[in-house]
Design a protein around this ligand. Structure first.
Ligand code: DGY
Length: 323
């Protein structure tokens, strides 16, 4: 029997590409150039599976086809707000993702950002590289102590919990959680965390707020001027979730007028384009979407996609089905 024809939309770790090519009739994107919307729509009609990632905007337009050949979108990544789920549902397609395997590494980057912005590490590095450092002095780049402070976690899934583990066990931080469903008492007890009912409850009591909720239309601009105004004037906002969760214009104003202490972002609305308003904010740390960027996590993500595809084409239930 012919092997299913699968399209890998970006370059993946070599070990995964090799196994994928053995198991399937895999077409690899050797140039690693992001596909256009038209190319993605065409892929739906010429492959049995499409293996997209966050840079592939699979919008409603991509599903405006009579009948796709692709029966599964096996996403490389845990977040899938770049896929129009109504469109996929309309054609009865299966969608899978890659949870768990990147949670620790993404929480590491969230903690890195938290420490960098609190201790003004980004500002220090920029100053030093610009040749502007004049030496140690008691008042130079004085930041904020992290240990013992209160951390608000928005979205208490796997990554949010890994962040809580680091912050509570490593830094003795007090954890406050806001999540769309009730978190079990056992899970909260693990991090000595308390759950609040709303963001309005969470924002005013935290020294740091870290976002770990999904992206997509439902959470677009969840953090807006009103929410930023609820934060303490010296509090910090961290985002490793999705760029669209924050109204970046509102954030740039809050940073510019110092109504909050600072922010640290790994994700951006419309990335890789960066809102010019953000560029001039000194109290902002920015990283280029590095959350899952470790050799271990990126390989594990690929093998998880491979498992999902193998199960799907063997007629078994893929373990990471999200639709
Ligand atoms: C994820 O897994 O969601 C990462 O942000 C990359 O897509």
């Amino acid at each position: 029997m012919a092997k299913p024809k699968v399209l890998v939309t970006r370059r993946w770790p070599a070990a995964v590409e090799a196994q994928l090519s053995e198991a399937f009739d895999a077409v690899l994107n050797t140039g690693d150039k992001p596909l256009t919307e038209d190319e993605l729509r065409d892929a739906m009609t010429s492959y049995d599976a499409v293996l997209p990632t966050v840079t592939d905007k699979i919008s409603a337009k991509a599903f405006e086809i009579a009948k796709p050949q692709a029966r599964i979108l096996a996403n490389y990544g845990v977040g899938y707000s770049h896929i129009d789920m109504h469109g996929a549902a309309g054609h009865g397609m299966t969608v899978t993702n890659t949870p768990d395997v990147l949670s620790e590494c993404t929480a590491d980057i969230a903690m890195t950002l938290l420490l960098m912005v609190a201790r003004r590490a980004g500002e220090g590095e920029r100053e030093l590289r610009a040749g502007a450092w004049t030496g140690w002095r008691p008042t130079h780049l004085v930041g904020t102590k992290v240990s013992g402070k209160t951390l608000g976690i928005v979205g208490f899934g796997r990554i949010g919990q890994e962040m809580a583990r680091r912050a509570h066990h490593g830094f003795g931080m007090k954890i406050v959680v806001q999540n769309r469903s009730r978190v079990s008492p056992d899970t909260l007890a693990r991090y000595n965390a308390t759950q609040v009912d709303s963001l309005e409850d969470l924002m005013p009591q935290c020294d740091f707020v870290s976002l770990h909720c999904p992206g997509g239309a439902a959470n677009r601009h969840l953090i807006n001027t009103r929410m930023l105004n609820l934060m303490k004037p010296d509090a910090f906002l961290i985002n490793t979730a999705r760029g669209e969760v924050i109204d970046e214009l509102a954030l740039s104003r809050a940073l510019w007028f110092e109504t909050i202490g600072g922010a640290a972002l790994d994700v951006f609305d419309g990335e890789p384009r960066i809102n010019p308003e953000l560029m001039d904010c000194d109290n902002l740390v920015m990283l280029p979407h590095l959350g899952s960027a470790t050799r271990e996590a990126r390989e594990a993500m690929g093998f998880r996609v491979l498992d999902n595809l193998t199960d799907f084409f063997a007629g078994r239930e893929p373990r990471d089905r999200v639709m």
